[in-house]
Design a binder for this molecule. Sequence first.
Ligand SMILES: [Zn+2]
Length: 309
Amino acid sequence: MPFPLIDLHCDTATELFRTKQSLTENRLAVSLRGASVFPSYLQVMAFFTAPELSDEDGWERFLSVRADLLRDPAVTEGRAKCLTALGEELPLVSLLFSIEDARIFAGRIERVEEAYALGIRILTPLWSGVTCIGGSHNTAEGLTDFGKSVIRKALELGMIPDISHASVRSADEIFAMAEESNLPVIASHSNAAAVCPVSRNLDDRQIEKILSSGGIIGLNLYVKFLAQKNNVTSKDVIPHIEHFLSLGASDALCLGCDMDGAELPNDLQTVGELQILAEQLLSRNYPETLVRKIFYENAKSFLRRNLPL
Ligand SMILES: [Zn+2]
């Protein structure tokens, strides 16, 4: 019996827009047909802006990709519900929106509120390099003044800050600001640097900070963030899970698979194949309750706490 599923990050909306396909059935990793093996499914849809677009064009692209998704038959026919808050019962299939790479706010603070009004509930402010928001994982820079006001506004509105892609310094500044407001910080799609030492993964100090803030962490299936070798498979996710659990993350560990935005393990090419990961864990004697937490319960209780109806 497969578990219900919540995935904290995919780039499917952008890919659907780019390739003019629909959510229900497509040639991408994430489709509703693929996810139909799960009794309940919530997908966080990230609106990601292609790096070749300017900040300003990126904002227009975000509006277009979002409008395109809202016109998808799965949404218009009510088969996938777009959520901005969570109640006790989740719909069979639901979508929650995030922005990845908030440089598209382009120095205009009012866009944080506009994004909130357009249903954005998770904000991944950085992606790569130094932007109007601040330094990403591949830089040593922190947040700009504008970046700080964006985070402040996001926290005030109840948008959840996400340090995936942030530099160490930017992440520290986000932690400090969230702590002042007594709010959690998440990493929607990052692994453990102790297992795979790349700048996109989290060091132990960051993991502990997320845990003590009450945040959650989504395991990323991008092969290069899982292991530094060829032929990465679902088995290579296990050492990351082990490491997170050793730091006390059993109530915080989730999935943030990065599907349709990253090269995936050979045996985890589509959302439906996440069942293989569940089977791997069960065959290693992980308790069913723990697997269910990673696949669903941890994200559900976090989102219900922080995005209440
Ligand atoms: Zn990403």
